[in-house]
Design a protein around this ligand. Structure first.
Ligand code: NAG
Ligand code: NAG
Ligand code: NAG
Ligand code: NAG
Ligand code: NAG
Ligand code: NAG
Ligand code: NAG
Ligand code: NAG
Ligand code: NAG
Ligand code: NAG
Ligand code: NAG
Ligand code: NAG
Length: 519
């Protein structure tokens, strides 16, 4: 049986419209993208190690993963490569730059006439010897004025087993908006000047949307120019020391100060910079399937939830975060998701209407192939840990991301004493549609009171996280430190199954394949 899903993914659209005649753009999850280009991050202390889960060969667990990978690759090219890697992530291989221009049939003169937009992703700043240092990051791009009929055709390429015409009008609108955000033309090698900074308004103590900072920010008004031009992909990511101009020193306050940052000459591109003192608590939170219902592990539904349906919070997580934000007033929220940069704005909008405000990280454009997708989370986690070496971190996500399962516990060993708690929603335990096994081997050497696998948002209530209470004793943990989430009780004995090799691998393969062929 040929995989309907892969077919739909690979068979993107030929647009026949308007003049000049546009060339077809082929959207393909398996576009080979052999090398990771260097990080756009300047002054970057973390080496980028090109090492995904596949090549992390020490542990038996990843041997299994690579077995799975080679067996799956042997099945032929009809499986998306991210299935083979155990990454349930359909946001791969979006078109960029010239590919967009040519798929839309844009002439350079038409492009030149378009206004420049800036995706200015909400930054964090640390306190250094030279004052506050702000990590500006984002992308410079032009958004073509694509017609509704072209957007419909392009959107159909992202939808599985449905077409945009079958969706309710509001969902069509959202699908077109998202598609338009993906089909933008990034601007390489351009300067980012000028960014204007000014104090953000006091948000009150509600914790939303300002988040964690109930302090009044005074001062900081200034213009800054970034020291580097954008990368080949139009990205920028650099720390800039700003003048204090009346801001409170980082070692004289525990409160977070907030500055509005506004890129001049861009029609959109405002964000808030969070000036975070050296000491305190930072919540690092993933978004999909923990803060919003995505069902990323059920591709057909995951795509609709991402492309068409309004983003919807998962259970009462907004109450949990609101409580953390108000009862721990100097808490810094940092939303770190590996969703691609192109759709960051949707994620930011959703977060800021439902959750405390905070800084943001998404997947930069040069991390777009599967192995890079698997390494980006670690890269971004290391960056925020290195930027705040004295802060404690609470890490929140769900079990359906293999990179989370590997990277979160690693942070606890790499940065001793900095991980306060790890909270993981067990999507396999509550959602029978989640057929992906998850690997708990990374937790083996961690203090059992420092992490919790949980089922419902309420399991997080009444925990004194500031004092290190991470485990709700009423929630059975069942952690086997091996692959879990498999049927037939295999997970209970998976040590044997792992060394046994083939039977286990075949089962994983059939589970994964089933999830994709029959979902
Ligand atoms: C606060 O930080 C500044 C800049 O890093 C430093 O010069 C100053 O000595 C610090 N003050 C205290 C009281 O630590
Ligand atoms: C975009 O194109 C539509 C027609 O396709 C036109 O009506 C509209 O004015 C254009 N908008 C801009 C900003 O050029
Ligand atoms: C496609 O979606 C329709 C409507 O939800 C459903 O009835 C049908 O079974 C789906 N087809 C396949 C092959 O999954
Ligand atoms: C789509 O974008 C338009 C223009 O930015 C906006 O007015 C509209 O509310 C958006 N619709 C949805 C469903 O997001
Ligand atoms: C940076 O971009 C500006 C135009 O935006 C250009 O004039 C300048 O030469 C560029 N500098 C480098 C080093 O590419
Ligand atoms: C912030 O400033 C406003 C008005 O300037 C004032 O009413 C409020 O009490 C201040 N809040 C704090 C926490 O300082
Ligand atoms: C920032 O630049 C603008 C001109 O682009 C100027 O009007 C404004 O005074 C500058 N602000 C500061 C604080 O330098
Ligand atoms: C961005 O901020 C500037 C300065 O505060 C303001 O004038 C402008 O209206 C804002 N733009 C948007 C789109 O919010
Ligand atoms: C501030 O962040 C930078 C970049 O991550 C880091 O190199 C530096 O050590 C940090 N400064 C302090 C004082 O923590
Ligand atoms: C633990 O196992 C029990 C019994 O199989 C199950 O009902 C529960 O959902 C599991 N809990 C977690 C957090 O995995
Ligand atoms: C533990 O979880 C239960 C069930 O979700 C919840 O009622 C309770 O408030 C949680 N917290 C503690 C400390 O027991
Ligand atoms: C709210 O958060 C505080 C601080 O973590 C905690 O002590 C309290 O129990 C929480 N309340 C609820 C209802 O979760």
């Amino acid at each position: 049986m040929f995989n309907r899903y892969a077919l739909a993914q690979a068979a993107l659209l030929s647009i026949a419209c308007g003049s000049p005649a546009p060339t077809a753009f082929v959207y393909n999850n398996d576009v080979p993208n052999p090398a990771i280009t260097p990080s756009p991050v300047q002054n970057n202390p973390s080496p980028i190690v090109e090492r995904g889960l596949i090549s992390d060969a020490e542990s038996a667990a990843s041997d299994v993963q690579s077995d799975v990978n080679s067996v799956l690759s042997g099945l032929g090219s009809d499986l998306p490569s991210w299935v083979a890697s155990g990454v349930p992530n359909f946001f791969q291989g979006f078109p960029t730059g010239d590919a967009v221009a040519s798929s839309l049939g844009l002439q350079s003169s038409e492009l030149a006439a378009l206004p420049t937009n800036v995706l200015n992703i909400d930054p964090y700043a640390n306190w250094t010897n030279s004052g506050w240092s702000v990590r500006f990051h984002g992308n410079v791009y032009k958004q073509p004025n694509t017609s509704v009929s072209d957007l419909n055709k392009l959107a159909n390429g992202f939808l599985v087993n449905t077409s945009i015409a079958d969706l309710p009008e509001s969902q069509q609108d959202q699908a077109r908006n998202l598609t338009a955000e993906i089909f933008v033309v990034q601007q390489p090698h351009v300067a980012v000047n000028t960014i204007h900074l000014e104090p953000a308004e006091f948000q009150g103590a509600s914790g939303q949307p300002g988040g964690g900072g109930s302090s009044n920010t005074t001062g900081g008004t200034q213009n800054v120019t970034l020291p580097y031009n954008t990368t080949a992909e139009g990205d920028f990511d650099t720390f800039v020391d700003i003048a204090s101009h009346g801001l409170t020193a980082g070692n004289k306050t525990s409160a977070i100060q907030r500055l509005n940052t506004y890129v001049k000459g861009a029609t959109i591109g405002n964000s808030t910079a969070y000036l975070v003192p050296p000491k305190g608590l930072t919540i690092v939170s993933d978004i999909d399937d923990i803060l919003r219902i995505t069902k990323i592990y059920e591709p057909e539904e995951g795509l609709i939830n991402s492309f068409a349906k309004p983003f919807t919070p998962w259970q009462n997580m907004p109450d949990i975060y609101r409580n953390w934000s108000t009862s721990l007033p100097d808490t810094h929220f940092h939303y770190l998701t590996t969703t691609p940069e192109q759709i960051t704005r949707n994620y930011m909008q959703f977060i800021y209407t439902n959750y405390p405000g905070g800084s943001f990280d998404t997947r930069p454009l040069n991390f777009s192939d599967v192995s890079a997708t698997l390494s980006i989370r670690k890269f971004l986690l290391e960056k925020v840990f290195e930027t705040f070496p004295e802060r404690k971190f609470v890490l929140v996500a769900d079990t359906s991301n293999s990179d989370v399962m590997r990277d979160y516990p690693k942070m606890a060993t790499e940065f001793p004493g900095q991980v306060q708690c790890i909270f993981l929603r067990n999507t396999s335990a509550t959602d029978s549609g989640d057929k992906f096994p998850y690997d708990t081997s990374g937790f083996k050497d961690l203090d059992k009171s420092k992490y919790m696998f949980f089922l419902n948002a309420d399991d997080l209530t009444n925990l004194d996280i500031a004092n290190g209470e991470c485990l709700n004793k009423t929630i059975p943990q069942n952690v086997t430190f091996s692959y879990q989430g498999l049927p037939l009780g295999l997970s209970k004995d998976s040590g044997a199954a792992i060394s046994g090799g083939h039977g286990f691998t075949a089962l994983v393969v059939s589970m994964m394949t089933a999830a994709f062929m029959f979902s």
